[in-house]
Design a protein around this ligand. Sequence first.
Ligand SMILES: NC(=O)c1ccc[n+]([C@@H]2O[C@H](COP(=O)([O-])OP(=O)(O)OC[C@H]3O[C@@H](n4cnc5c(N)ncnc54)[C@H](O)[C@@H]3O)[C@@H](O)[C@H]2O)c1
Length: 314
Amino acid sequence: MKILVTGGCGFTGTVLIKKLLKEGHKVTSIDTQWFGNYLRPHKNLKNIKMDIKNINNFSLKNFDSIIHLASIANDPMSEIDKNLSWEVSALASLLLVKQAIKFRVKRIIYASSGSVYGIKKEKKVHENLSLNPISLYNKVKMSTERILLSFKNEIDIFIVRPGTVCGYSPRMRLDLTVNALSFSALKKKCINVFGGKQIRPNIHIDDLTDLYIFLLKTNKRNKGVYNAGFENKSIIKIANEIKSKINCKINIIKNNNDPRSYRLDSSKLLKIGFRPKKKISDAINELIFLYKAKTLKEKKNFHSIKWLKNAIIG
Ligand SMILES: NC(=O)c1ccc[n+]([C@@H]2O[C@H](COP(=O)([O-])OP(=O)(O)OC[C@H]3O[C@@H](n4cnc5c(N)ncnc54)[C@H](O)[C@@H]3O)[C@@H](O)[C@H]2O)c1
């Protein structure tokens, strides 16, 4: 298949594109490369440094599918420049879907977020529950879903609502819960937990990238919205799991400015045949191994929020 990946140089895109190339697909990545470029050159890869806001000038001739990852990718980052967040996600996605329809691309798979549900007490947060986005990031994601779904009669739209992703990527993100806590335990022998009771769904980066590939191939009648988070765990439980593997202290800080708490029910994905293979514990073990092997190192651009604030927006 000929596949466009937007945001292909990001944390998820870097792992995903390596797998797509291994499967023999022809891949084009469009990315502003805000966090650098860790994609290795490959004969079937076109790696283009470009803003998706300019997608109107880009030919999508002969592309089969788009995996749409480009976004300002979490709550605090979205707050840095609110207009930019709307432009990059909602507005650019509108331009992207129109361009895709013009060139008869068959399918768009969009990386939304499980955080669109906001705070939910229900034990099973499935795709039919109402959305209650509480941050700008959540609102932008929900609106972008709706923009894309409004074209569902003209192009097949698959929406994925991932939990927090864990695990290693060459373009590492050290702002994601499991990654951040594991890295802090490894480097500082100490983990700071804000609140701790919040329940969050988690998914391993290998499972999420396998899922995007699965959705490229699944029957078009499966199009629609899917939760993707198979382990719902409180932050304190995650911290304790890390402590059981890495000798460290846990400091609980009562002041918690991020109250989002929800569990994802991802059984709809299981019904169409997707099976996750990894757990949070695999991610922690892999991070320990890679840290000891000096493959996982701290770089300024791995702290997305600070990096975006200082290096990009000024
Ligand atoms: N990582 C997670 O835990 C998680 C969870 C749920 C949803 N998501 C979503 O998955 C997607 C990928 O996330 P990620 O963790 O790989 O984040 P990331 O920040 O590492 O990757 C996003 C990429 O998009 C690029 N980008 C941003 N604006 C762009 C623009 N205007 N044009 C072209 N490229 C642009 C950035 O340079 C970056 O490389 C995002 O949409 C994010 O919201 C991520």
